[in-house]
Design a protein around this ligand. Structure first.
Ligand SMILES: Cc1ncc(COP(=O)(O)O)c(C=O)c1O
Length: 431
């Protein structure tokens, strides 16, 4: 009889090297706790889709199955259905992007778009430049491909073009292969910061100067609260690889996103897509096209903007009313997130258990850095709870921070005695 392994995981020696950099994301670990109804979760990034007209959407899907079910439930094109790509081009025109449906690849959410772009460009050890901080899901994908992530600083106007130039030149001088810049110019996840038009121009100038590919991730672009969206980077430069998604402007469950890429890149993406999933979900493409055809989707986006604006206002009001002195935060003009910087010496990760005890959850800032920074930061999202709950969440959070400050004062731990974790030094002021 074969001897049974006494190890917890008998396959531990057999996993691919790349799995060593795959770790459970802080967001996932949090969901279990944060989903308890008594906790105000400022942690997740789930869109609030409760106001979608589900009855009429249901009727449209019913018609779809009856009239086109045979095609909608069949395999499809690896690039995505032509009608879907045409619709995507129409959606992108809202952000002044003019494109050809032939240059679009439909993906399983923009998360898979990130994965495909990474697959076709990255060998182990290649460098990807990312804003500091950056979307945790992108960092996970980049890590899984064994890329070396190098963060580039940003301020309240977005990524710093000079820091980008310096980073590229320094990395190349040491022999690194720098493959692309990953940036979220609109309502960055996690900071909520939007690159100004001048910044975008300067960033593209630097990218040209040093011959650097730019990957623009823009799932929140149309969710602007205070005026028109700033033109996308791709609207200013057709060499930019652009990632889009229906997750925040319609619903994430369909898992439909896309990549718009220069022609040669697009060809490789389609091959990678076929190897990954044969074809992106055909039924979802039919369903989304039916929604776009039969509903006032632009009107729905305006309704989403109004709803998220009210929630953003509730969060900013709550932070203003409840945060102890020394706490700062960003003031987003769209999207889902506020980035909070705690008073010096405080550690958002260490504080989380106490926060959950006080029935409020957030994501610690270090989740958004590949290098352990962000210890004094946290991401507070205002997309999912109601305005009243968000306000209450900030009240609870304020109490937690105040109690920690009081405890530190009692024990004589001043700002000059930070806990010994990286990232707890001076935090960049993004507010
Ligand atoms: C910046 C960013 N990119 C990509 C994604 C992935 O979105 P999806 O795969 O649902 O399109 C998200 C989701 O939160 C995000 O915030």
């Amino acid at each position: 009889m074969p001897r049974r392994s006494t190890r917890l995981d008998p396959y531990v020696d057999q996993y691919a090297e790349r799995t060593s950099s795959m770790t459970v994301s802080a967001v996932r670990a949090l969901f279990a706790v944060a989903n308890r109804p008594e906790v105000v979760s400022l942690a997740g990034g789930m869109p609030n889709i409760t106001d979608l007209p589900l009855g009429t959407i249901g009727d449209a899907f019913n018609d779809l199955v009856r009239s086109a079910g045979v095609q909608a439930m069949q395999y499809g094109s690896g690039q995505g259905e032509l009608f879907m790509r045409e619709k995507i081009v129409e959606v992108m025109a809202e952000e002044q992007i003019h494109a050809n449906p032939d240059d679009v690849v439909v993906t399983c959410g923009s998360q898979q778009a990130l994965d495909l772009v990474t697959r076709i460009f990255i060998d182990p050890g290649d460098v990807i430049l990312c804003e500091a901080p950056s979307y945790v899901g992108a960092l996970g994908t980049f890590n899984a491909s064994q890329a070396r992530i190098h963060h580039v600083a940003m301020d309240e106007h977005g990524l710093l073009p000079d820091a980008l130039r310096t980073a590229v030149l320094a990395l190349r001088a040491e022999g690194a292969r720098v493959k692309f810049l990953y940036t979220i110019p609109n309502y960055n996840n996690p900071t909520g910061i939007t690159q100004t038009l001048e910044r975008r121009r300067a960033l593209l100038d630097v990218a040209h100067e040093v011959d650097l590919l730019v990957v623009e991730d823009n799932p929140y672009g149309l969710l602007t609260f205070d005026g028109d969206p700033v033109p996308a980077l791709r609207a200013m430069d057709d060499q930019v690889i652009y990632l889009g998604s229906f997750s925040k402007t319609f619903a994430p469950g369909f898992r439909i996103g896309w990549v718009l890429a220069p022609h040669a890149v697009r060809e490789r993406l389609v091959i990678a897509q076929e190897a990954a999933v044969l074809s992106p979900p055909v039924f979802s493409q039919f369903a989304i096209a039916a929604y776009l055809d039969r509903f006032d989707w632009r009107g729905q986006i305006v309704a989403f903007r109004d709803m998220y604006r009210e929630r953003r206002d509730a969060m900013l009001r709550g932070l203003e009313d409840h945060m102890p002195a020394g706490t700062t935060w960003t003031r987003p003009t769209g999207g889902f997130f506020v980035w909070v910087t705690l008073p010096e010496g405080l550690d958002s990760q260490a504080l989380l258990a106490r926060a959950v005890n006080e029935r409020v959850a957030y994501v610690p800032g270090s989740a958004f850095y590949a290098d352990g920074f962000g210890g004094r930061n946290l991401r507070a999202s205002y997309c999912f709870p109601t305005a009243e709950r968000i306000y209450e969440g900030t009240r609870r959070l304020g109490r937690v921070i105040a109690a920690e400050l009081e405890m530190r004062a009692t024990f004589g731990l001043g700002a000059e005695t930070p806990l010994h974790r990286p990232g707890l030094g001076p935090a960049p002021d993004l507010s």
